[in-house]
Design a binder for this molecule. Structure first.
Ligand SMILES: [Zn+2]
Ligand SMILES: [Zn+2]
Length: 421
């Protein structure tokens, strides 16, 4: 249609235990795209972007500078792990990186068509406002609370007819404890294991959660509430910590101040250590410690070596720090299994297993708060959620709208469905 623009919001890969899922995009659709927008660096949002260039897309990708820095490393790593199987190669990644359109928060692009607002969640994460005839707002992954490293989402001034919102914790029973309480419980649990001479393995996402966890540990050790033991940083967490440090200007004022005005740079804690041997025996045989490593849902990464070495010791503990998606090895452990079924082998486990209640996503009530704040809202599309949570959140929005005497249509789109705005 004349004047009509084809804009793609995020383009990721879904990482499951055995097979990845890619977006259902036809080559013909990819070629007619005018613009692509990336909300943040996580692979479930960014992982398929280079494939667009492999399929003939020649336009730009709008993103924030930290997001660009983060995906540069994440995509190269993905290619390395999936050598020969990835739907693109390093030329496509280069193509993408050469075609990025860097946007600062609260600044329009050259066509005055899009604007980003901070989404909390992780470094560089953005809410996208698209200024068309009817305005569309896309939350990406959103966290309205301040975390240890980034400020919460800025959503109170949003205005628009259509909202596309995530629903990871949209279920009616999804309610996060206060940040302080969840950090305290997390630390107490670690402390209990250290007291018994056990070690703690913390699988985590390389980007966002990993850094938050390190800062919690560092803080509590410094204040004396957590025993001072080595904190081993492994996998992509380490590389990403560097990107966080380079982009410190996008972090909370308090962190900036510590880096700029004092000698105690929180990124350079004396407790941080790196493993030395490939099989990580130096860590598992070196006395009690805390290990922060990828991958967060046990899909792969060094965490499996640690579980191999330390998983049968009852004194040790495994603490999940993030959402365990359906179909992942992490989820099966949380659901009670004590055997990790990997592609070519099994790992039996006898250590304690727990889930810490730390989150980079808003909960049910907070998501409703975001919906309520959007002025002039008529339509809500709920995405990025599983099963019942989508339905719970839809009901929540409808009840809230009724209370507020507002007419809001709530839609849970199916894959491949089209809507006229
Ligand atoms: Zn995310
Ligand atoms: Zn996500």
């Amino acid at each position: 249609m004349e004047g009509r623009q084809n804009i793609l919001l995020d383009c990721g890969v879904k990482l499951k235990s055995k097979k990845e899922e890619f977006p259902l995009l036809e080559n013909s659709q990819i070629k007619t795209l005018d613009k692509v927008i990336l909300s943040h660096a996580h692979m479930d949002h960014s992982g398929y972007l280079p494939a667009l260039y492999a399929s003939g897309y020649r336009g730009k990708v709008a993103l924030t500078k930290p997001t660009r820095d983060l995906i540069q490393i994440l995509l190269a790593d993905y290619l390395k792990i999936n050598a020969g199987f990835a739907p693109y190669d390093d030329r496509d990644i280069n193509h993408l990186l050469k075609n990025t359109d860097l946007l600062e928060f609260n600044e329009f692009d050259s066509k005055k068509q899009i604007r980003f607002q901070p989404a909390g969640h992780i470094l560089g994460a953005a809410i996208t406002e698209i200024f068309e005839e009817k305005k569309v707002i896309y939350t990406g992954d959103i966290n309205i609370r301040d975390s240890r490293l980034v400020d919460g989402a800025k959503f109170s001034d949003l205005e628009g007819e259509t909202l596309i919102i995530e629903s990871t914790y949209g279920g009616k029973h999804d309610s996060h404890p206060a940040a302080k309480d969840s950090a305290n419980t997390f630390i107490e649990s670690i402390q209990a294991t250290l007291q018994k001479n056990g070690s703690v393995i913390i699988p985590t996402f390389a980007t966002g959660r990993g850094q938050e966890v390190l800062f919690i540990l560092e803080n509590y050790m410094r204040s004396g509430k957590l025993e001072k033991v080595p904190i081993y940083i492994d996998g992509m967490v380490k590389k990403m910590l560097k990107v966080y440090r380079h982009n410190a200007i996008y972090l909370k004022d308090e962190i900036k101040r510590r880096i700029l005005t004092s000698d105690d740079d929180p990124f350079k804690s004396p407790h941080y250590q790196l493993p030395k041997s490939k099989d990580r025996r130096d860590v598992s045989e070196g006395g009690k410690c805390i290990i922060v490593t990828t991958s967060g849902m046990l899909n792969g990464g060094p965490v499996l070596s640690y579980l191999d070495n330390m998983g049968m010791n009852k004194k040790n503990k495994l603490i999940f720090t993030g959402y365990q998606a359906e179909g992942t090895p992490g989820r099966s452990l949380l659901d009670g299994s004590r055997i990790l079924n990997l592609d070519n082998r099994k790992i039996e486990l006898d250590l304690e297993i727990e889930q810490a209640r730390l989150s980079g996503h808003s909960d049910h009530r907070e998501l409703l708060q975001v919906v309520r704040a959007v002025k002039g809202l008529q339509k809500v599309f709920i995405v990025h959620g599983e099963g019942e949570k989508l339905i719970d959140f839809k009901k929540g929005i409808e009840q809230q709208a009724q209370k507020d005497k507002k007419q809001i249509e709530v839609i849970i789109p199916k894959v491949g469905e089209t809507f006229e705005l």
